[in-house]
Design a protein around this ligand. Structure first.
Ligand SMILES: *Cc1c(COP(=O)(O)O)cnc(C)c1O
Length: 345
């Protein structure tokens, strides 16, 4: 074994989707953008389709191709970035449903693919994607006459339950969609946990399915074991790694471990992250380099064959906290060099 070993527990993934689905009385979709948050969009989508998910969301039309192949012809695959120039064939050939974000996109879509399904994305204050009030007012009569499949918006602060932006965006969304019969969607994982008012007709969780916060009860989906290449003894005063940022304050044993920033162990983990030998925490010392990290294993009884960086003792969010980032970034950065194994049943 030379590369790290990444286990993806598809049973836990399915259980997380079901647990989120059980929190509402409305339909639950699944966000599988960025290659299923780094875990493989095709296998994630196929797993969730097998437990009842019928609407999937991707960021780019090109991401919809693999998802369509995985879920078959009947599921709806929605594209957050809408209908961009150059997307027409992909949208048509793979039966994708663009969430139109501007008057330009509405025009492009209705001209290029009349009678092809579409949805609408509204901006309720995040100022990222979707039509603002004035644009929507101008285009709504035409767009609604073509029967969009969904009208949606996105919350900017839903991971903070008490943030006043949540109620503000809810109010704006209600006003912008008042009286329309099109199904509506506002909530991702965070919004689902804010209560029924935020659920509308469809929720579209992403990170919670993959075991991430703010879904506290999520089951862990990933485990990442990293092989130890060698272990060396250092005297007090010796240094480790690029820039000599760590110096031994006692006679130490340092394990050199096969994974680095090229595998998604971001450099901000330098001198901060923990790895685990079963129940024993070991600190990453010195700088993360491209292919290697160095770990203080002085307090272990025996030299380990591998160390666990994601697993029962450390979730993606716990690792993220140590590196000053969020679980989403840890997941979507998981490297391509790891040997990957998917667990089912
Ligand atoms: C990524 C995304 C989601 C999923 O969000 P999570 O926080 O991962 O649940 C839902 N809707 C939109 C528009 C998104 O960009």
């Amino acid at each position: 074994m030379t590369a790290g070993h990444l286990q993806i527990d598809l049973t836990a993934l399915a259980a997380n989707w079901r647990a989120l689905d059980a929190k509402t009385t409305v339909e639950t979709g699944a966000v599988v953008k960025a290659d299923g948050y780094g875990l493989g969009a095709a296998q994630v989508a196929a797993t969730l389709a097998s437990v009842g998910a019928r609407r999937f969301f991707v960021a780019l039309a090109s991401e919809g191709i693999a998802v369509r192949a995985a879920v078959g012809p009947d599921a709806e695959i929605n594209v957050f970035s809408g209908h961009m120039a150059g997307d027409t064939e992909t949208i048509r050939d793979h039966g994708l449903t663009p969430m139109l974000n501007s008057i330009d996109q509405v025009t492009r879509h209705l001209e290029a693919l009349p009678n092809h399904p579409f949805g609408i994305q509204l901006d309720t204050g995040m100022n990222r994607l979707g039509m603002e009030w004035s644009e929507w007012a101008a285009v709504a009569p035409v767009a609604l006459s073509q029967h969009p499949t969904l009208v949606m918006s996105h919350l900017a602060c839903a991971d903070e339950a008490d943030h006043p932006m949540n109620a503000y965006q809810l109010d704006v969304f209600e006003k912008m969609t008042k009286g329309i019969s099109t199904p509506r969607s506002l909530a991702a994982t965070g919004g689902m946990l804010l209560g029924e008012k935020y659920h509308f007709d469809l929720c579209r969780p992403g990170v919670g399915i993959y075991g991430g916060m703010p879904f506290e009860d999520a089951r862990q989906v990933v485990r990442l074991d990293l092989p130890v290449v060698q272990v060396r003894a250092l005297d007090t005063g010796e240094v480790v790694g690029y820039g000599n940022t760590w110096q031994a304050e006692r006679p130490s044993r340092i394990a050199t471990v096969s994974a680095g920033y090229a595998d998604g162990l971001i450099r901000a983990m330098s001198d901060r992250a923990l790895l685990w030998a079963d129940d024993h925490p070991c600190r990453l010392v010195g700088r993360v380099s491209m292919d290697l990290i160095t770990v203080d294993v002085t307090d272990l009884d025996d030299d380990p064959d591998y160390l666990t960086i994601l697993g029962p003792k450390q979730s993606v969010d716990q690792l993220a906290d140590r590196a000053g980032t969020i679980g989403y970034e840890i997941l979507t950065s998981l490297g391509r060099r790891y040997s990957r194994q998917s667990l089912t049943g």
